[in-house]
Design a protein. Structure first.
Length: 269
């Protein structure tokens, strides 16, 4: 058994971003050190569910990835399809169990996202806009997980909206990057339906929306000038990403999202 392959299939950078977003959502909504254990349960739960969802995506994208990403553990043969399904099921179960240790609201969200992860990987991902929307919900809901500890959503809704539109733009660019394999598989993603140029414009529109929303926490007085300075760096990265090819865009927008998470934390303190 190649244990390294089981780690790599999780694409942990995505999981750690989700984990970080949970912590940010909790802190921004007012959770303190007395909630440290619950935040830890939540962060690990989201990491596991996110990883399980990625495994399911790779399972259903097996044929596409032979073209788009042949070095991944599944298409390369390092992990069998059966083993991948068992692995995903274990991670989903562990993630839901951890969520249940926090409260009923978190448990409900974990179950909802698990069902959506399956539907997304099985049927929704290749459908233009719908697949992108569901995937962007996964990213945005990480903040909601954290806020469900205190049930204070006053600021968190803005972070959810920003994250949703930023990820929506990133996902559209991701579809542009994968267009060759998706077309061969018969997928109906946005760049296949309206062309890569028009899809890029749609992705840019989503990113610009996120940038506009990023000013609101400062404008409404939730965060101070320190937030504005750091979020300006994230926005600069998002702007740069709009002028890059689809592959580079993915790396730049991920970096921008990380900087934005830091900005949210700085804004609270």
């Amino acid at each position: 058994m190649n244990l390294g392959a089981y780690w790599r299939i999780l694409r942990v950078s995505n999981g750690f971003l989700a984990l970080f977003a949970v912590v940010v959502g909790a802190v921004v909504s007012g959770a303190g050190m007395d909630s440290f254990v619950f935040i830890s349960y939540l962060a690990l739960s989201v990491f596991l569910i996110s990883g399980a969802g990625i495994i399911l995506n790779d399972y259903y994208d097996y044929e596409n990835d032979k073209i788009n990403a042949p070095d991944r553990p599944l298409p390369s043969g390092e992990i069998s399809k059966k083993s991948a399904l068992i692995y995903a099921a274990i991670l989903f179960a562990a993630g839901i169990a951890l969520a249940g240790l926090v409260n009923i609201y978190v448990l409900a969200l974990a179950v909802l996202n698990t069902v959506l992860e399956f539907l997304y990987a099985w049927k929704l991902k290749p459908i233009a806009i719908l697949g992108n929307t569901v995937d962007s919900w996964f990213a945005a809901s990480s903040f909601l997980y954290g806020a469900l500890i205190t049930l204070d959503f006053e600021i968190v809704w803005l972070l959810i909206a920003m994250s949703f539109f930023a990820n929506l733009g990133r996902e559209i660019y991701g579809d542009i990057e994968d267009v060759a394999g998706d077309r061969k598989a018969g997928a109906k993603t946005l760049p296949i339906l309206i062309g890569e140029r028009n899809a890029a414009l749609a992705g840019q529109t989503a990113i610009i929306t996120a940038i506009v929303l990023s000013v609101l926490p400062y404008a409404y007085g939730y965060f101070g000038a320190s937030y504005l300075v750091v979020i300006a760096l994230a926005d600069a990265l998002f702007i740069a990403s709009m002028f890059q090819d689809a592959h580079t865009n993915q790396k730049t927008t991920k970096a921008a999202m990380l900087v934005a998470l830091v900005a949210f934390l700085i804004g609270v303190w």
